[in-house]
Design a binder for this molecule. Structure first.
Ligand SMILES: C[S@@+](CC[C@H](N)C(=O)[O-])C[C@H]1O[C@@H](n2cnc3c(N)ncnc32)[C@H](O)[C@@H]1O
Length: 230
């Protein structure tokens, strides 16, 4: 399945540990567990977690490629992303980060940290090639599973059934799953899948809550979905 995954279809863009902490409201207790980052991509979350002696595994089909292949793709797509941000600047909150150029520098710094860590982290199995909705991990192997900027973000590309199967798979692996944000990438609107998914998951007996978090870059993108096994 991962062999069909093409790097040229991916626009790598990675966030930092501080952003993950804010997006997911991560507490010291959360960080003391074993975390799975689904669709971790070129984020520096894993590298920075490891520096802090926390336990984390990131999975993403992009990890089948080498650091230099991923770096080339980052260089190729970076100017395109920056132009997109300039063109749609009104859709974002320019508060802590003031300009698209400054955001680009912050993202590049996070991605450089990822690239420096990736070869060692892959050897240590902290980065694993795997693709939702089926992941090669054991039941309840993790205390918390996170998914940033994949589910809901790409509602136009990924179906409702994919979202349901992906979240159920994460719930197989961890008693708690958090997904951020709940808005789509292009429209900036709340994903049309949010309400049906919440109903489906509640009907299966999971506790499902939308929570406000202390992070907003996409306008109104300041909520995460927390799903817990009761
Ligand atoms: C926008 S990036 C987000 C990266 C990171 N989570 C962050 O917030 O900085 C989305 C990531 O999802 C990955 N992805 C795409 N399809 C996936 C799938 N089926 N399962 C897991 N990851 C996937 C992509 O390769 C990409 O790295």
């Amino acid at each position: 399945m991962t062999s069909q995954f093409k790097l040229e279809n991916i626009v790598p863009w990675g966030r930092s540990f501080a952003e993950y902490q804010a997006m997911f409201g991560l507490t010291a207790e959360d960080l003391s567990g074993t975390i799975l980052d689904c669709g971790g991509g070129p984020s520096s979350f894993n590298a920075e977690m490891t520096q802090r002696n926390h336990q984390v595994i990131s999975c993403d089909p992009i990890y089948q490629f080498s650091a230099s292949e991923i770096e080339s793709r980052i260089q190729a797509t970076y100017p395109v992303i920056l132009q997109g941000l300039r063109d749609r600047a009104d859709r974002f909150v320019w508060q802590d980060i003031k300009t698209p150029e400054q955001l680009g520098e912050v993202r590049l710094a996070a991605m450089q940290q990822f690239l420096a860590d990736f070869p060692t982290g892959k050897q240590q199995s902290r980065y694993q090639v795997a693709q939702l909705p089926q992941l090669p991990f054991k039941d309840a192997q993790f205390s918390l599973a996170l998914c940033s900027h994949l589910l809901f973000t790409y509602s136009e590309q990924l179906s409702l059934d994919f979202h349901r199967d992906a979240i159920l798979e994460m719930l197989r692996l961890a008693p708690e799953v958090r997904v951020f944000p709940l808005v789509e990438n292009f429209s900036g609107e709340t994903s049309p899948y949010l309400q049906p998914l919440m109903q489906q998951l509640s009907a299966r007996g999971y506790q499902v809550k939308i929570e406000q978090v202390d992070y907003e870059f996409q306008r109104e993108g300041n909520q995460m979905l927390r799903i817990c096994a009761v």
